[in-house]
Design a protein around this ligand. Structure first.
Ligand code: CTP
Length: 209
């Protein structure tokens, strides 16, 4: 089976040296890629800038911005049996990307931002009945209600919900996996490398284990 996984943050450049990003480490996505490879699956790993080595055997597609990631994910999605979107994609990017380094001027400055594409939502609209689509929800409040909303709005099969304080940029995670048929499976704290295998057991049908 072919599994497409996105991981890490995106960077939205303001000028040649400044960007908007987040502290995603990429560890969860890379652990999922390694676990899928150990099971003999083909893995395409679409990764934003991170500081960890790619698991051996994965096809690594390096991207920087949300727009790059959208292009890579949309072009590879049709050939895949399962897609897990674990990247922390920027929701906004600067309207202008200055070619030269911005100079400071007296007083305050405002940065105008525009929405990026919701990649997962696009993939949800392209999904065929045989494809499995999995998203993440990183929430700071109303965890399960918000995650359930994302599961429905983005037409996902599964969503992995975690509180920001429990997993973001850490090597362990605590999460609850929600399924489109009402499944609700809690996973207590464990290393992301261990959690990755349990998540694959949950979201993949037995013939893909
Ligand atoms: N996601 C995406 N494209 C975006 C933003 C998010 O594909 N532009 C994906 C993430 O990879 C994740 C899921 O959508 O799998 C949920 O991301 P999250 O940041 O929790 O939620 P948002 O959809 O951005 O919603 P909100 O900001 O309202 O919480």
């Amino acid at each position: 089976m072919k599994i497409l996984i996105s991981a890490g943050p995106t960077r939205e450049y303001i000028d040649p040296v400044r960007f908007i990003s987040n502290s995603s480490s990429g560890q969860m996505g890379y652990a999922l890629a390694a676990a899928a490879l150990r099971r003999g699956h083909e893995v395409i790993l679409v990764s934003g800038p991170v500081n960890i080595p790619a698991p051996e055997g994965a096809e690594l597609v390096r991207v920087v911005s949300a727009a790059d990631m959208a292009e890579a994910m949309k072009s590879r999605f049709p050939e895949c049996d399962c897609c897990i979107m674990s990247a922390a994609v920027a929701d906004y990017r600067p309207v202008k990307n200055f070619e030269q380094k911005m100079k400071k001027t007296p007083g305050n400055m405002a940065l105008e931002l525009e929405r990026t594409e919701d990649i997962l939502k696009t993939l949800g609209s392209l999904k065929t009945p045989s494809q499995i689509l999995v998203g993440f929800a990183a929430e700071s409040e109303n965890l399960l209600e918000n995650a359930e909303g994302k599961l429905r709005r983005k037409n996902l099969d599964w969503i992995i919900a975690n509180k920001l304080s429990d997993g973001f940029a850490k090597s362990t995670n605590i999460c609850t996996v929600l399924g489109r048929n009402g499944e609700k499976i809690p996973f207590p704290e464990r290393p992301k490398t261990e959690l990755a295998d349990l998540l694959l057991d949950t979201v993949l049908p037995p013939e893909m284990w």
